[in-house]
Design a protein around this ligand. Structure first.
Ligand code: ADP
Length: 357
């Protein structure tokens, strides 16, 4: 395979539904909850032309079209995500550092009993940073990041889902250390029922086979499978067992919301005092990280809405800073998206199946 950690892969391809950066709120009013595919934009041109290991033994029986699709759509460039970018979640971050990233960086120390888990399951409400954590693990452990949503295996790769799974693991093997991040993993690993579609069943079986195959080749195999789900209850037992580490990613506490708000506001002119920021944090109990992002985006539109006259003619300096009032206004527009009932379900599942450390 190619040497090093494929830093040459200078693509910025986003699959799935996530918007990683706080973009200009003028483009979009409702932030991260907007579920639409961000599209094929943002892809850097032509940097990946180096034919990707066509001669690698491990890729011999894999459909070249799939390899190409994986290189183009599923393997992501390392947008560097640091632990500090992720607000709150101190417990999860500490656990992941000790049990996942250190072993990936120092496989020579973490052998035998200290061997890291092959699978990490991140569960909890939507928009709490699970995807960010996946990226952070990859970026902090200098691993190649592969990201795919389970639904794209069935919808986009109709009929070929299981081949795609096989291809994905094969390509990941050529780019170790590697993190394979699977969003909505519940839909892939759901309990088998009679009505289960044959194709989905085959994808699931292949996934479990590949999962079990990781590490069989010896301690050198450095592939981590990270599954993310908002519906852990739906994952069946056989699949659950394979994720040795299962971490609850809860809604942010007040402190987490505070960190998040400060980070988001850093990039924009505003005149909120420290107390006013705390006030907003008090009033956002139950908001997820992505709700908070949505709130800040909405508030940031306040100054734009206050413009008198033609937006085309206004100078940037005529825009007033974002104010506490903008936030108060935004609070009535952007509400917490997770229900108390759902939270109880997560807590119960965590008590029963979650990892303590
Ligand atoms: P999940 O995968 O849990 O559904 P994401 O990681 O995709 O959620 O988060 C969605 C967006 O919400 C992120 O892009 C980020 O802007 C924001 N966000 C959510 N949780 C956090 C967090 N803990 N720290 C910083 N930003 C967060």
């Amino acid at each position: 395979g190619s040497s090093g950690n494929s830093a040459a892969i200078l693509k910025s391809k986003m699959l799935g539904t996530k918007r990683p950066k706080f973009k200009s709120p003028i483009n979009k009013s409702n932030g991260a909850e907007n579920g639409d595919e961000p599209g094929r934009n943002g892809q850097a041109k032509g940097t990946m032309s180096k034919a990707e290991e066509p001669q690698d033994e491990r890729l011999r029986n894999i459909d070249p079209k799939m390899i190409e699709a994986i290189n183009n759509e599923i393997m992501e460039s390392l947008t560097v995500v640091s632990w500090d970018d992720i607000a709150g979640l101190e417990h999860a971050k500490k656990t992941i550092k000790e049990t996942i990233t250190w072993p990936m960086l120092r496989p020579d120390i973490f052998t035998g009993l200290r061997r890291p888990p092959k699978g990490l399951l991140l569960f909890g409400p939507p928009g709490t940073g699970k995807t960010m954590i996946g990226k952070c693990i990859a970026s902090q452990s200098k691993a190649t990041f592969f990201s795919i949503s389970s639904s794209s295996l069935t919808s986009k790769w109709v009929g070929d889902g299981e081949k795609m799974v096989r291809a994905l693991f094969a390509v990941a093997r050529c780019h170790q250390p590697a993190v394979i991040f699977m969003d909505e993993i519940d839909s892939l690993l759901t309990q088998r029922s009679d009505g289960e579609i044959e194709a989905s069943r085959r994808i699931k079986t292949e996934f479990l086979v590949q999962f079990d195959g990781v590490g069989v080749g010896g301690e050198e195999d450095r592939i981590l499978i990270v599954g993310a789900t908002n519906r852990p209850q739906e994952i069946d037992e056989a699949a659950r067992r394979r994720f040795q580490k299962r971490l609850y990613i809860p809604l942010p506490e007040s402190q987490g919301r505070h960190g998040l708000m400060k980070r988001l506001l850093e990039k924009q002119p505003h005149d909120l005092t420290a107390d006013q920021i705390l006030d907003i944090c008090d009033r956002t109990a139950g908001y997820s990280g992505s709700d908070m992002t949505g709130l800040c985006r909405e508030a940031a539109l306040g100054p734009v809405r206050a413009i008198q006259g033609d937006i085309l003619e206004i100078g940037l300096d005529a825009l007033r800073p974002i104010s506490h009032g903008d936030f108060v206004e935004a609070l009535s527009q952007v509400r917490a998206s997770v229900s108390d009932r759902d939270l109880d379900l997560y807590k119960e599942w965590d008590m029963e199946y979650g990892s303590m450390a």
